[in-house]
Design a protein around this ligand. Structure first.
Ligand code: SAH
Ligand code: SF4
Length: 384
């Protein structure tokens, strides 16, 4: 959750010490309005000022109040005094042979998360993180071996989109604005962390990213992936409105308990019942079932057939993810023929069953390989 903006902080006269300015990035329009009013913006101008600042920050990527030339000079000075427009710092950037870019991003407190940009033909997907580490311990996931350090703020989540746009040089010149042919055309919450365990920040951040006046990615271009936090799933439809992906990965509770331990809390039947009720269900908005292909664990023909039976009646597509190995990972990727045979059974049952091409493996940027480098280094030192 974004830190509450207390009038005390905002009404302190003149020069706040460095670091104590309120970051505007990630505030909802209502929060931004409240912050501006608390800083002395007249009520009757507030809506207009929100729109102007919003456009500078989110349409044109401007970070400096002085450049906001449609605002009076004194007002710009006042804003600079009370607020900042800050995005997390990129500590390093690696570019894979296939063009995938992995950013190691430092957030307040010195913690680190990873953000990955995946260019594709005619589009590009940015995979963003919602937590440092994860409370869950899915046995095939590298992030799952790192304890949860903290939730990201809404500003840190939006900030990942902004820093990637910075790096890709994607902001239009002030005064211009086009959403055609965008490098970042899609955002997936599939980086580090379980987004539904950081619901409010993720909701607010996606509200900013989807806002039609700024970054303006449509809700169909955003996909939230969850391991199955059942009580929050309906809220994803009603409060965020983005696409939903479920990390399904197994067709029996016995196997899913081992792979995705949250299954012990909310098992396959409970999860599927919730998905059947998903308020926005329609054929044009299918739920994506993610299914990691683990050799000899969940990849048999019987699994494929069970999967089809289980999801009957749910508008769905099944995204098969070849397992991505990481140092010490206890599983192997299924053979390619096995993955194709599995996909074929699902396809013949009437579901789209794309196989996700592993991207950025050479820089450990593929699904489930992310983990803070500092954490990796610490564990290496400890010989873990
Ligand atoms: N925590 C959320 C989102 C992040 S993981 C979730 O679990 O859904 C994004 C996707 O990558 C999930 O489907 C996850 O199960 C999958 N994944 C994790 N580790 C993987 C690995 N080593 N190889 C392939 N996919 C993996
Ligand atoms: Fe957390 Fe998702 Fe990894 Fe499971 S798969 S440990 S929920 S990040």
């Amino acid at each position: 959750m974004t830190a509450p903006i207390t009038p005390d902080v905002l009404t302190v006269p003149r020069k706040l010490p460095e670091g104590s300015r309120v970051n505007l990035v990630g505030l909802t329009r209502a929060q931004l309005r409240a912050a501006l009013v608390a800083a002395g913006t007249p009520e009757r101008q507030a809506k207009m000022r929100v729109s102007q600042i919003w456009q500078w920050v989110y349409t044109w990527g401007v970070r400096d109040f002085a450049a906001m030339t449609n605002l009076a000079k004194d007002y710009r000075a006042l804003l600079a005094d009370r607020f900042e427009i800050a995005v997390p710092e990129v500590v390093s950037r690696q570019i894979s042979a296939d063009g995938t870019r992995k950013y190691l991003v430092r957030i307040a407190g010195g913690h680190e998360v990873e953000t990955v940009y995946i260019p594709e033909e005619g589009r590009g997907t940015l995979c963003i993180s919602s937590q440092v580490g994860c409370t869950l311990t899915c046995s095939f996931c590298h992030t799952g071996t790192q304890k949860l350090v903290r939730n990201l703020t809404a500003g840190e989540i939006v900030g990942q989109v902004m820093l990637a746009r910075d790096d890709l040089g994607e902001w239009p010149e002030p005064g211009e604005g086009s959403t055609a042919g965008r490098l970042i055309s899609n955002v997936v919450l599939m980086g580090m962390g379980e987004p539904l365990y950081n619901f409010d920040a993720v909701r607010d951040a996606m509200g900013v990213v989807m806002d039609g006046e700024g970054i303006a990615l449509g809700r169909r271009r955003i996909t939230l992936s969850t391991s199955g936090v059942v009580p929050e799933i309906a809220r994803c439809a009603t409060e965020i409105g983005c696409q939903l992906a479920i990390s399904f990965h197994a067709t029996t509770d016995e196997v899913r308990d081992r792979l995705v331990p949250i299954n012990k809390r909310w098992n396959i039947k409970t999860l599927l019942d919730t998905l059947r009720d998903y308020p926005r269900l329609s054929n044009s908005e299918r739920i994506t079932f993610e299914y990691v292909m683990l050799k000899g664990v969940n990849d048999s023909d019987a699994d494929a057939k069970r999967l089809v039976r289980l999801i009957a009646g749910i508008p769905a597509k099944i995204n098969l993810i070849p397992f991505n190995e990481w140092p010490g990972s206890p599983y192997q990727r299924s053979d390619w023929e096995r993955i194709e045979a599995f996909a074929d059974i699902i396809y013949k049952a009437g579901y789209a069953s794309p196989i996700r091409t592993p991207r950025g493996e050479d820089i450990m940027a593929a699904c489930g390989q992310l983990k803070s480098a500092t954490e990796r280094a610490r564990r290496d030192r400890a010989g873990l």
